[in-house]
Design a protein around this ligand. Structure first.
Ligand SMILES: Cc1ncc(COP(=O)(O)O)c(C=O)c1O
Length: 374
Protein backbone atom coordinates (compact mmCIF):
# COMPACT_ATOMS: atom_id res chain seq x y z
CA UNK A 1 0.00 0.00 0.00
CA UNK A 2 2.82 2.41 0.83
CA UNK A 3 6.41 2.60 -0.40
CA UNK A 4 9.21 0.37 0.85
CA UNK A 5 11.09 3.59 1.44
CA UNK A 6 8.73 4.83 4.11
CA UNK A 7 8.49 1.37 5.64
CA UNK A 8 12.28 1.28 5.97
CA UNK A 9 12.25 4.33 8.25
CA UNK A 10 11.93 3.60 11.95
CA UNK A 11 9.51 5.62 14.04
CA UNK A 12 11.18 7.99 16.51
CA UNK A 13 12.21 6.38 19.80
CA UNK A 14 11.81 9.76 21.52
CA UNK A 15 8.27 10.42 20.37
CA UNK A 16 7.26 7.03 21.77
CA UNK A 17 8.23 8.12 25.30
CA UNK A 18 6.42 11.46 24.96
CA UNK A 19 3.28 9.64 23.88
CA UNK A 20 3.41 7.52 27.04
CA UNK A 21 3.83 10.51 29.36
CA UNK A 22 1.09 11.87 31.57
CA UNK A 23 0.48 15.64 31.54
CA UNK A 24 2.19 16.15 34.89
CA UNK A 25 5.36 14.21 33.98
CA UNK A 26 8.65 16.04 34.57
CA UNK A 27 10.05 16.72 31.16
CA UNK A 28 13.79 16.08 30.89
CA UNK A 29 13.40 15.03 27.28
CA UNK A 30 12.93 18.38 25.61
CA UNK A 31 14.91 19.20 22.45
CA UNK A 32 14.00 22.88 22.53
CA UNK A 33 14.63 25.84 24.80
CA UNK A 34 12.18 26.38 27.63
CA UNK A 35 12.46 30.14 27.00
CA UNK A 36 10.21 32.40 25.00
CA UNK A 37 11.88 34.02 21.97
CA UNK A 38 13.20 37.57 22.46
CA UNK A 39 10.39 40.13 22.56
CA UNK A 40 11.91 42.01 19.61
CA UNK A 41 11.61 38.86 17.48
CA UNK A 42 7.95 38.36 18.35
CA UNK A 43 7.21 42.01 17.62
CA UNK A 44 9.07 41.82 14.32
CA UNK A 45 7.06 38.75 13.29
CA UNK A 46 3.78 40.57 13.97
CA UNK A 47 5.09 43.57 12.06
CA UNK A 48 5.98 41.33 9.08
CA UNK A 49 2.39 40.07 9.01
CA UNK A 50 1.00 43.60 9.22
CA UNK A 51 3.35 44.82 6.48
CA UNK A 52 1.94 42.28 4.05
CA UNK A 53 4.89 39.91 3.99
CA UNK A 54 2.53 36.99 3.58
CA UNK A 55 3.27 35.88 0.04
CA UNK A 56 5.64 33.41 -1.59
CA UNK A 57 9.24 34.55 -1.52
CA UNK A 58 12.45 33.55 -3.33
CA UNK A 59 13.35 29.85 -3.12
CA UNK A 60 16.76 30.64 -1.58
CA UNK A 61 15.23 33.06 0.90
CA UNK A 62 15.20 36.84 1.03
CA UNK A 63 18.49 38.66 0.46
CA UNK A 64 18.47 40.74 3.67
CA UNK A 65 18.39 37.56 5.77
CA UNK A 66 20.88 35.74 3.55
CA UNK A 67 23.20 38.73 3.94
CA UNK A 68 22.85 38.68 7.74
CA UNK A 69 23.60 34.96 7.81
CA UNK A 70 26.65 35.44 5.58
CA UNK A 71 27.86 38.17 7.93
CA UNK A 72 27.72 35.74 10.87
CA UNK A 73 29.36 32.89 8.97
CA UNK A 74 32.21 35.17 7.86
CA UNK A 75 33.70 34.72 11.33
CA UNK A 76 34.80 31.29 10.05
CA UNK A 77 35.57 32.14 6.46
CA UNK A 78 35.87 35.67 5.13
CA UNK A 79 34.91 35.04 1.50
CA UNK A 80 31.49 33.50 2.23
CA UNK A 81 28.75 35.76 0.86
CA UNK A 82 24.99 35.67 0.58
CA UNK A 83 25.46 33.65 -2.62
CA UNK A 84 26.57 30.71 -0.46
CA UNK A 85 23.46 30.89 1.71
CA UNK A 86 20.09 29.18 1.35
CA UNK A 87 17.39 29.97 3.89
CA UNK A 88 15.40 26.82 4.65
CA UNK A 89 12.23 25.85 6.48
CA UNK A 90 14.28 24.51 9.47
CA UNK A 91 17.43 22.51 9.98
CA UNK A 92 15.41 19.37 9.36
CA UNK A 93 14.45 20.51 5.88
CA UNK A 94 17.95 21.84 5.22
CA UNK A 95 19.26 18.33 5.91
CA UNK A 96 16.70 16.76 3.58
CA UNK A 97 17.58 19.15 0.74
CA UNK A 98 21.32 18.64 1.27
CA UNK A 99 21.20 14.83 1.42
CA UNK A 100 18.90 14.63 -1.61
CA UNK A 101 21.27 16.87 -3.55
CA UNK A 102 24.58 15.25 -2.61
CA UNK A 103 23.93 11.51 -2.33
CA UNK A 104 22.47 8.77 -4.50
CA UNK A 105 22.02 4.99 -4.63
CA UNK A 106 25.33 3.19 -4.31
CA UNK A 107 26.88 5.88 -2.11
CA UNK A 108 27.92 5.26 1.47
CA UNK A 109 27.58 8.03 4.00
CA UNK A 110 29.43 7.98 7.33
CA UNK A 111 27.15 9.05 10.14
CA UNK A 112 27.88 9.48 13.87
CA UNK A 113 26.40 6.95 16.29
CA UNK A 114 24.95 7.78 18.71
CA UNK A 115 23.79 10.60 16.49
CA UNK A 116 20.85 12.84 15.81
CA UNK A 117 17.79 11.04 14.45
CA UNK A 118 17.77 12.59 10.97
CA UNK A 119 21.02 11.33 9.50
CA UNK A 120 20.12 7.68 9.01
CA UNK A 121 16.67 8.20 7.40
CA UNK A 122 17.90 11.14 5.31
CA UNK A 123 20.72 8.97 3.94
CA UNK A 124 18.29 6.14 3.23
CA UNK A 125 15.74 8.40 1.57
CA UNK A 126 18.48 9.53 -0.81
CA UNK A 127 18.91 5.83 -1.65
CA UNK A 128 22.39 5.78 -0.10
CA UNK A 129 23.69 3.51 2.67
CA UNK A 130 24.34 4.89 6.16
CA UNK A 131 27.61 3.63 7.69
CA UNK A 132 27.75 4.50 11.39
CA UNK A 133 31.01 5.58 12.99
CA UNK A 134 30.97 5.04 16.74
CA UNK A 135 31.31 7.75 19.38
CA UNK A 136 32.23 6.15 22.69
CA UNK A 137 31.76 7.30 26.26
CA UNK A 138 35.39 6.42 27.07
CA UNK A 139 36.58 8.71 24.22
CA UNK A 140 34.38 11.55 25.49
CA UNK A 141 32.27 10.88 22.37
CA UNK A 142 35.05 12.07 20.06
CA UNK A 143 35.36 10.10 16.80
CA UNK A 144 37.98 7.37 16.62
CA UNK A 145 39.85 8.74 13.62
CA UNK A 146 41.73 5.54 12.73
CA UNK A 147 38.55 3.43 12.87
CA UNK A 148 36.73 6.02 10.79
CA UNK A 149 39.45 5.89 8.12
CA UNK A 150 39.15 2.12 8.01
CA UNK A 151 35.43 2.29 7.27
CA UNK A 152 36.02 4.36 4.12
CA UNK A 153 35.50 2.44 0.87
CA UNK A 154 35.50 3.40 -2.80
CA UNK A 155 31.79 4.10 -2.40
CA UNK A 156 32.06 6.51 0.53
CA UNK A 157 30.71 9.84 -0.60
CA UNK A 158 29.83 11.72 2.56
CA UNK A 159 30.81 12.32 6.17
CA UNK A 160 28.21 13.70 8.55
CA UNK A 161 29.50 15.64 11.55
CA UNK A 162 27.52 17.19 14.39
CA UNK A 163 29.29 19.46 16.85
CA UNK A 164 28.19 20.51 19.45
CA UNK A 165 26.43 17.19 19.39
CA UNK A 166 22.97 15.93 20.08
CA UNK A 167 22.65 13.61 22.06
CA UNK A 168 26.13 13.57 23.63
CA UNK A 169 26.85 17.26 24.27
CA UNK A 170 30.41 16.75 23.03
CA UNK A 171 32.30 19.36 21.01
CA UNK A 172 34.80 18.34 18.37
CA UNK A 173 38.42 19.03 19.41
CA UNK A 174 40.69 21.06 17.15
CA UNK A 175 42.79 17.96 16.53
CA UNK A 176 39.78 15.92 15.40
CA UNK A 177 38.34 18.80 13.42
CA UNK A 178 41.60 18.95 11.47
CA UNK A 179 41.69 15.18 11.08
CA UNK A 180 38.13 15.12 9.65
CA UNK A 181 38.95 17.95 7.25
CA UNK A 182 41.99 15.99 6.04
CA UNK A 183 39.99 12.78 5.62
CA UNK A 184 37.33 14.58 3.58
CA UNK A 185 40.00 16.21 1.46
CA UNK A 186 42.06 13.04 0.88
CA UNK A 187 39.04 10.86 0.06
CA UNK A 188 36.99 13.48 -1.83
CA UNK A 189 34.06 13.29 0.56
CA UNK A 190 31.29 15.77 1.12
CA UNK A 191 31.11 16.91 4.71
CA UNK A 192 27.59 17.56 5.91
CA UNK A 193 28.10 19.45 9.14
CA UNK A 194 25.15 20.01 11.43
CA UNK A 195 26.03 23.08 13.48
CA UNK A 196 22.63 24.00 14.93
CA UNK A 197 24.17 24.17 18.43
CA UNK A 198 27.15 26.35 17.42
CA UNK A 199 26.16 29.05 19.93
CA UNK A 200 25.63 26.61 22.81
CA UNK A 201 29.16 26.30 24.20
CA UNK A 202 30.27 26.37 27.85
CA UNK A 203 33.84 27.58 27.22
CA UNK A 204 35.90 26.02 24.45
CA UNK A 205 35.69 26.85 20.76
CA UNK A 206 33.38 25.86 17.95
CA UNK A 207 35.26 24.80 14.83
CA UNK A 208 33.05 25.23 11.81
CA UNK A 209 33.30 23.31 8.55
CA UNK A 210 32.43 26.58 6.87
CA UNK A 211 36.22 26.89 6.92
CA UNK A 212 36.31 24.32 4.12
CA UNK A 213 33.14 25.36 2.32
CA UNK A 214 34.56 23.95 -0.98
CA UNK A 215 33.65 20.51 0.28
CA UNK A 216 31.05 21.09 2.94
CA UNK A 217 27.39 21.82 3.33
CA UNK A 218 26.80 23.33 6.76
CA UNK A 219 23.32 23.06 8.27
CA UNK A 220 22.00 25.56 10.77
CA UNK A 221 18.77 26.71 12.33
CA UNK A 222 17.12 29.53 14.22
CA UNK A 223 15.16 27.01 16.31
CA UNK A 224 17.69 26.90 19.14
CA UNK A 225 19.57 30.19 18.92
CA UNK A 226 16.38 32.30 18.78
CA UNK A 227 14.12 29.86 20.67
CA UNK A 228 11.73 29.71 17.71
CA UNK A 229 11.44 26.00 16.78
CA UNK A 230 7.79 26.50 15.85
CA UNK A 231 8.68 29.08 13.21
CA UNK A 232 10.40 26.34 11.17
CA UNK A 233 13.22 28.42 9.84
CA UNK A 234 16.88 27.57 9.30
CA UNK A 235 19.64 27.92 6.77
CA UNK A 236 22.56 26.22 5.14
CA UNK A 237 25.79 27.30 3.52
CA UNK A 238 27.28 25.51 0.54
CA UNK A 239 29.84 25.98 -2.21
CA UNK A 240 28.60 28.09 -5.11
CA UNK A 241 28.45 25.19 -7.56
CA UNK A 242 26.10 23.31 -5.21
CA UNK A 243 23.84 26.13 -4.00
CA UNK A 244 21.65 26.24 -7.11
CA UNK A 245 21.19 22.48 -7.09
CA UNK A 246 20.11 22.58 -3.45
CA UNK A 247 17.75 25.45 -4.28
CA UNK A 248 16.29 23.40 -7.13
CA UNK A 249 15.72 20.50 -4.74
CA UNK A 250 14.31 22.85 -2.12
CA UNK A 251 11.87 24.30 -4.65
CA UNK A 252 10.35 20.86 -5.12
CA UNK A 253 10.14 20.24 -1.37
CA UNK A 254 8.75 23.56 -0.10
CA UNK A 255 8.81 26.09 -3.01
CA UNK A 256 10.22 28.69 -0.61
CA UNK A 257 10.89 29.07 3.11
CA UNK A 258 8.14 30.84 5.10
CA UNK A 259 8.14 34.56 4.41
CA UNK A 260 7.11 36.35 7.64
CA UNK A 261 9.81 34.87 9.92
CA UNK A 262 12.46 35.76 7.35
CA UNK A 263 11.53 39.44 7.50
CA UNK A 264 11.36 39.24 11.28
CA UNK A 265 14.75 37.58 11.65
CA UNK A 266 16.46 39.86 9.13
CA UNK A 267 15.30 42.78 11.25
CA UNK A 268 16.31 41.44 14.67
CA UNK A 269 19.19 39.17 13.68
CA UNK A 270 21.66 40.94 15.95
CA UNK A 271 19.44 40.43 19.02
CA UNK A 272 20.56 36.80 18.98
CA UNK A 273 23.81 37.65 20.73
CA UNK A 274 22.26 39.42 23.72
CA UNK A 275 19.55 36.75 23.94
CA UNK A 276 22.17 34.03 24.19
CA UNK A 277 24.11 36.05 26.76
CA UNK A 278 21.09 35.81 29.05
CA UNK A 279 20.33 32.16 28.27
CA UNK A 280 23.77 30.59 28.52
CA UNK A 281 24.57 31.33 32.20
CA UNK A 282 21.22 29.73 33.11
CA UNK A 283 22.09 26.64 31.08
CA UNK A 284 25.54 26.50 32.64
CA UNK A 285 24.01 26.30 36.13
CA UNK A 286 21.50 23.70 35.03
CA UNK A 287 24.22 21.67 33.38
CA UNK A 288 26.01 21.38 36.71
CA UNK A 289 22.82 20.42 38.54
CA UNK A 290 22.11 17.78 35.89
CA UNK A 291 25.57 16.24 35.79
CA UNK A 292 26.07 16.27 39.57
CA UNK A 293 22.63 14.70 40.02
CA UNK A 294 23.30 11.98 37.45
CA UNK A 295 26.72 11.10 38.88
CA UNK A 296 25.04 10.70 42.27
CA UNK A 297 22.99 7.77 40.94
CA UNK A 298 24.47 4.31 41.49
CA UNK A 299 25.91 2.88 38.26
CA UNK A 300 25.53 6.16 36.35
CA UNK A 301 28.50 8.02 34.87
CA UNK A 302 28.18 11.31 33.09
CA UNK A 303 30.74 13.58 31.46
CA UNK A 304 30.32 17.31 31.73
CA UNK A 305 28.91 18.21 28.28
CA UNK A 306 30.86 20.97 26.54
CA UNK A 307 28.01 22.14 24.34
CA UNK A 308 24.29 21.90 23.41
CA UNK A 309 21.94 21.18 26.35
CA UNK A 310 21.99 17.42 26.74
CA UNK A 311 23.62 15.03 29.20
CA UNK A 312 24.23 11.50 27.97
CA UNK A 313 25.13 9.30 30.96
CA UNK A 314 26.12 5.68 30.67
CA UNK A 315 24.73 3.24 33.20
CA UNK A 316 25.85 -0.16 34.42
CA UNK A 317 22.45 -1.71 35.20
CA UNK A 318 21.48 -4.59 32.93
CA UNK A 319 18.36 -3.12 31.40
CA UNK A 320 17.89 -1.94 27.82
CA UNK A 321 17.67 1.85 27.55
CA UNK A 322 14.21 1.67 25.99
CA UNK A 323 12.90 -0.35 28.95
CA UNK A 324 14.56 1.99 31.42
CA UNK A 325 13.10 5.07 29.70
CA UNK A 326 9.67 3.34 29.80
CA UNK A 327 10.06 2.69 33.53
CA UNK A 328 11.06 6.30 34.13
CA UNK A 329 8.14 7.73 32.20
CA UNK A 330 5.77 5.39 34.03
CA UNK A 331 7.13 7.00 37.20
CA UNK A 332 6.70 10.52 35.85
CA UNK A 333 10.03 11.49 34.22
CA UNK A 334 10.55 11.91 30.49
CA UNK A 335 14.00 11.06 29.13
CA UNK A 336 15.14 9.68 25.78
CA UNK A 337 16.54 6.15 25.46
CA UNK A 338 20.09 6.08 24.13
CA UNK A 339 19.06 3.66 21.40
CA UNK A 340 16.78 6.32 19.88
CA UNK A 341 20.12 7.63 18.52
CA UNK A 342 21.35 4.27 17.19
CA UNK A 343 22.46 0.96 18.64
CA UNK A 344 25.70 2.44 20.04
CA UNK A 345 23.49 4.47 22.37
CA UNK A 346 22.55 1.34 24.34
CA UNK A 347 23.18 1.63 28.09
CA UNK A 348 22.77 5.37 27.93
CA UNK A 349 19.92 7.80 28.43
CA UNK A 350 19.65 11.33 27.13
CA UNK A 351 18.53 14.00 29.57
CA UNK A 352 17.88 17.54 28.43
CA UNK A 353 18.60 20.41 30.80
CA UNK A 354 16.28 22.72 28.92
CA UNK A 355 14.31 22.44 32.16
CA UNK A 356 14.19 24.38 35.44
CA UNK A 357 16.68 23.46 38.18
CA UNK A 358 13.71 22.46 40.29
CA UNK A 359 12.53 20.02 37.61
CA UNK A 360 16.05 18.70 37.19
CA UNK A 361 16.39 18.07 40.93
CA UNK A 362 12.94 16.54 41.34
CA UNK A 363 13.21 14.53 38.14
CA UNK A 364 16.58 13.07 39.04
CA UNK A 365 15.33 12.18 42.53
CA UNK A 366 12.74 9.97 40.82
CA UNK A 367 15.34 8.51 38.46
CA UNK A 368 17.54 7.64 41.45
CA UNK A 369 14.67 5.95 43.23
CA UNK A 370 13.63 3.94 40.17
CA UNK A 371 17.21 2.89 39.42
CA UNK A 372 17.76 1.73 43.02
CA UNK A 373 14.88 -0.75 42.67
CA UNK A 374 16.41 -2.42 39.59
C1 LIG B 1 21.45 18.14 15.98
C2 LIG B 1 20.19 18.70 15.45
N1 LIG B 1 20.12 19.00 14.16
C3 LIG B 1 19.00 19.51 13.61
C4 LIG B 1 17.88 19.74 14.38
C5 LIG B 1 16.65 20.25 13.68
O1 LIG B 1 16.27 21.49 14.11
P1 LIG B 1 15.09 22.28 13.36
O2 LIG B 1 14.49 21.39 12.37
O3 LIG B 1 14.14 22.68 14.43
O4 LIG B 1 15.77 23.44 12.75
C6 LIG B 1 17.90 19.42 15.73
C7 LIG B 1 16.69 19.59 16.58
O5 LIG B 1 16.58 19.10 17.66
C8 LIG B 1 19.09 18.88 16.29
O6 LIG B 1 19.16 18.56 17.58
Amino acid sequence: MVSKRVLSIKPSGIREIFEMATVDAINLGLGELDFEPPKEAREAYKEALDHDHNRYGPTKGIDPLRRKVAGKVQRYRKDITLDNVVITASGTQAAMAAFQTLFEPGDEVLIPEPGFVLYEPDTMMAGATPVPYPLRYEDHFQPDIEALKESITARTKGLVVNSPANPTGSVLTLENFRALKDIAHDHHLWIVSDEVYEDFLYGGTHYSFNEVIEQAVVLNSFSKSFAVPGWRIGYLTAPLEVVDHIANMQYHIIACPPTPPQFALAKVFDVQESFLRTVMPVFKKRRKAMVDGLNDIKGFHCHLPEGAFYAFPSYKQKIPSRDLAHKLVANGVISAPGTAFGGMGENHLRFSYAASEENITNGLAIVKKVVETL
